[in-house]
Design a protein around this ligand. Structure first.
Ligand code: ADP
Ligand code: MG
Length: 277
């Protein structure tokens, strides 16, 4: 596929929605793979103790593997935690191991507990990494791991599943993002919303899509991710759908979404405070 122009400065994007199963991890790894295929160097940081992003990217993440856990508690640097995905030399990953499960509590008593990921990523910049995009996959909660991701990022990407109760919890997420903006990271913007698991056969999917577009306007990517078995099968092979079945609808829709994401600038969306949600 065509090579995309590189962003002027590194883009750091947190993929967040405290609801589980909405497609955060699937979107993180497949968008990362799409950008990498299109010439970007992309680092995925797995911040979910489940390690599903690490699994999908085919990187080692058994307990004890240098990971986001050691990075957050300050035992290692980004350089020591980075692995290369076996399927694409431009796709890098800092994995999550089960060791991260305790971090939410361990972090509470640590100095600069909300800034630890940000500080680690900033040090990596200084080390001269040639990374165009950093994509951070969050756990399904609004605890300190997600706060660390929101503080480290410049952009938030919210995946919304085209299902019943799609917007449930999104108001709370936006209010938390607002709190992070006012106290910890003024630069943070909700740059992107992506509709996932869209089933064109149902009226409901269209209703959800309309409602989300009414609320978020241009932040919503035009490319919608269809519900597709290939997308859900790929992680079982340690692959993204772009490697597993490059011609599938899921793969093509993530490629399109990646193109759109690369083309947009951060200031797409103004203040969104979650009113009305
Ligand atoms: P989250 O990270 O928000 O918890 P996941 O990305 O893990 O959500 O997705 C939840 C489940 O839905 C997973 O089993 C995943 O394989 C499946 N899934 C995600 N996107 C799609 C899709 N477009 N089509 C079919 N299944 C999907
Ligand atoms: Mg996940």
């Amino acid at each position: 596929s065509l090579t995309l122009p590189k962003p002027k400065e590194q883009r750091i994007i947190t993929i967040a929605n405290q609801k589980g199963g909405v497609g955060k991890t699937t979107t993180t790894v497949n968008l990362a793979a799409a950008l990498a295929l299109q010439g970007m160097r992309v680092l995925v940081i797995d911040l979910d103790p489940q390690g599903n992003a690490s699994t999908a990217l085919g990187v080692e993440h058994t307990s004890g593997t240098p990971s986001s856990y050691e990075l957050l508690i300050g035992e290692i640097s980004v350089k020591e935690a980075i692995q290369q995905s076996p399927h694409n030399e431009r796709l890098l990953c800092i994995p999550a191991t089960i060791d991260l499960a305790g971090a939410e509590i361990e972090l509470v008593s640590m100095v600069a507990r909300e800034n630890r990921l940000k500080n680690a990523v900033h040090e990596a910049n200084l080390a001269g990494y040639d990374i165009d995009f950093v994509m951070i996959d969050c756990p399904p909660s609004l605890g300190l791991l997600t706060v660390n991701a929101l503080v480290a990022a410049k952009e938030v990407l919210i995946p919304i599943q085209c299902e019943y109760y799609a917007l449930e919890g999104v108001g709370q997420l936006l209010r938390n993002i607002g709190l992070v903006q006012s106290h910890l990271n003024q630069e943070l913007r909700v740059s992107t919303v992506i509709l996932t698991m869209y089933d064109g056969r149902t009226k409901l999917a269209d209703q959800v899509a309309d409602e989300v577009r009414n609320h978020f306007g241009d932040a919503v990517l035009k490319s919608v991710i269809p519900r597709s078995v290939k997308v859900s099968e790929a992680p079982g092979y340690g692959m993204t759908v772009l490697d597993y079945d490059p011609g599938s609808r899921g793969a093509l829709s993530y490629l399109d979404a990646g193109r759109e994401l690369a083309a947009r600038t951060v200031a797409t969306v103004g203040a969104t405070d979650g009113r009305g949600l």
